[in-house]
Design a protein around this ligand. Structure first.
Ligand SMILES: C[S@@+](CC[C@H](N)C(=O)[O-])C[C@H]1O[C@@H](n2cnc3c(N)ncnc32)[C@H](O)[C@@H]1O
Length: 346
C-alpha cells in the first residue's frame, strides 16, 4: 500500500539549493509529482525554461499517468473503485448481492480524497439515496467533483467497467442515464469542478458514532479501511444497529495490517508485541478483524460471511511474544489480518 497523499505543498517548495535536489535525476518521482501538481494548480504550467508554450507535454503526461496509475492505491482510479465496489457488492462470496434499486445506502469513513465516488456508483445503479460520512472535510471539492464526472463518463462508456467484474447485475447505459437524471446530477458542472451532485447524494461531516440519520433508514451500510481507525468501535456498531433496518446489510472491509509501514511484506504480529494498553497505535485500534464479529452479533447482526484477503502465519511461540489481551486471542483471530465482514441486521 502507498501512503495517503495530502494536499500538495505550495509551488516552489522544491528547494533547488538543497543538496538533495541538486540533480533532478536524484529527486524521487513522488516529490517531482507533488511539485508539478502544485505548479499546475497555481496555474504555472505551459512554459519551458525558454518561455515557450509546451502544452502537449502535459496532455501526454496526463494520459500516461492515468494509464500507469490505474492501480488500487490511487483512490481516483477506475481500478480502485472497481476493487472497492466489488468488495461491497459481495464479489468474493457466493451470496446473492443485495438489491440496489430504490435503496438507501450509507458509507462510513468515506475519506477526504474521493468522498462521494463509491456512493455515487450506488445512485447510478438506482439507489434512492447515498450518504457518505467522514470526520474530515474533502481535501479538494474541485478534484472530488471532477472525478465524479469521470465515473459517470466511464459508466456511460461501459457500465461494467467499474462494477468489479459483477456481470450478473443487468445494467445498461440507458439505466445509468435515467438514474443521473432522476438524481438531478449535472455531469457538466461536475466536470467544471462544482459539486453538482443533485438531491440523492450527500456528504455529511460527522462521526459514525453519532449519525444524523433516522432509525432504520438504511438498507446497505458499507466501509473500506475505516473501522481500524475508530477508537470507539462499540459506539459505531451500536449506531449502525440503530440506523440499519431489519434485513438490511452491513459490509465492512477491515484492514488490520500495521499502518506504521505501508508495505505488504511486514510481519503483522510485531506491533502486537508492545504497548499493551495503548488505545491507538499508528492511528489504529489494533483490533483483529474477527474480534468485531461477536460485537456485531451482540448488537443484533447475523454474520453472513467473511472474506480474508491478508493472513499471517501464527503459532503458539509467536503468540507467546505478544502483550496484553493479544496473547489471549485464538490463533485463528490472529491469523486473519485483513478481512471483509458481511452482516445482516436481524
Ligand atoms: C484510511 S481512511 C479510509 C478512507 C476511505 N474509506 C478509503 O478507502 O479511501 C479512514 C477514514 O475514516 C475516517 N474516520 C475515522 N473515524 C471516524 C468516525 N468516527 N466517523 C467518521 N469517519 C471517521 C477518517 O477521517 C478517514 O477519512
Amino acid at each position: 500500500m502507498i501512503r495517503r497523499m495530502s494536499n500538495p505543498p505550495p509551488a516552489g517548495s522544491l528547494h533547488r539549493h538543497d543538496a538533495r535536489y541538486e540533480s533532478l535525476a536524484d529527486t524521487p518521482s513522488a516529490e517531482l509529482a507533488r511539485e508539478l501538481l502544485a505548479r499546475v494548480r497555481a496555474g504555472e504550467v505551459v512554459t519551458t525554461s525558454d518561455g515557450d508554450v509546451d502544452a502537449d507535454v502535459f496532455g501526454w503526461l496526463a494520459l500516461d499517468i492515468e494509464r500507469l496509475f490505474d492501480v488500487h492505491a490511487n483512490r481516483l482510479s477506475p481500478r480502485h473503485i472497481m476493487d472497492v465496489f466489488g468488495v461491497y457488492d459481495f464479489m468474493a462470496t457466493s451470496l446473492t448481492p443485495p438489491p440496489i434499486e430504490g435503496k438507501h445506502v450509507l458509507e462510513l469513513g468515506c475519506g477526504s480524497v474521493n468522498p462521494i465516488g463509491r456512493i455515487l456508483l450506488y445512485v447510478l445503479l438506482g439507489a434512492e439515496r447515498g450518504i457518505a460520512v467522514d470526520l474530515d472535510q474533502p481535501q479538494s471539492i474541485e478534484s472530488a467533483s471532477r472525478i465524479l464526472a469521470n465515473y459517470i463518463a466511464w459508466m456511460l462508456m461501459d457500465p461494467y467497467l467499474l462494477l468489479g467484474g459483477r456481470r450478473d447485475r443487468v445494467v445498461t447505459r440507458e439505466d445509468i442515464s435515467r438514474n443521473i437524471a432522476r438524481a438531478n446530477i449535472d455531469p457538466g458542472a461536475l466536470w467544471a469542478g462544482s459539486p453538482a451532485i443533485g438531491d440523492r447524494l450527500e456528504f455529511r461531516r460527522e462521526s459514525a458514532s453519532e449519525l444524523s440519520v433516522g432509525d432504520g433508514e438504511i438498507d446497505i451500510c458499507c466501509s473500506n479501511s475505516f473501522f481500524e481507525h475508530v477508537p470507539d468501535v462499540e459506539a459505531c456498531i451500536a449506531e449502525q444497529a440503530r440506523v440499519i433496518k431489519p434485513g438490511g446489510y452491513a459490509i465492512h472491509n477491515i484492514d488490520g495490517t500495521d499502518h506504521g509501514w505501508y508495505e505488504s511484506s511486514g510481519n503483522q504480529l510485531d506491533w502486537l508485541a508492545h504497548e499493551p494498553d495503548a488505545p491507538m497505535v499508528n492511528s489504529c485500534n489494533r483490533m483483529r478483524p474477527l474480534e468485531y464479529l461477536p460485537l456485531f452479533e451482540q448488537y443484533g447482526f447475523e454474520v453472513l460471511d467473511t472474506h480474508t484477503w491478508r493472513e499471517e502465519q501464527v503459532d503458539e511461540a509467536a503468540r507467546e511474544r505478544l502483550v496484553g489481551r493479544f496473547r489471549t486471542l485464538s490463533l485463528d483471530a490472529l491469523r486473519h489480518v485483513g478481512t471483509v465482514v458481511y452482516l445482516r441486521r436481524r
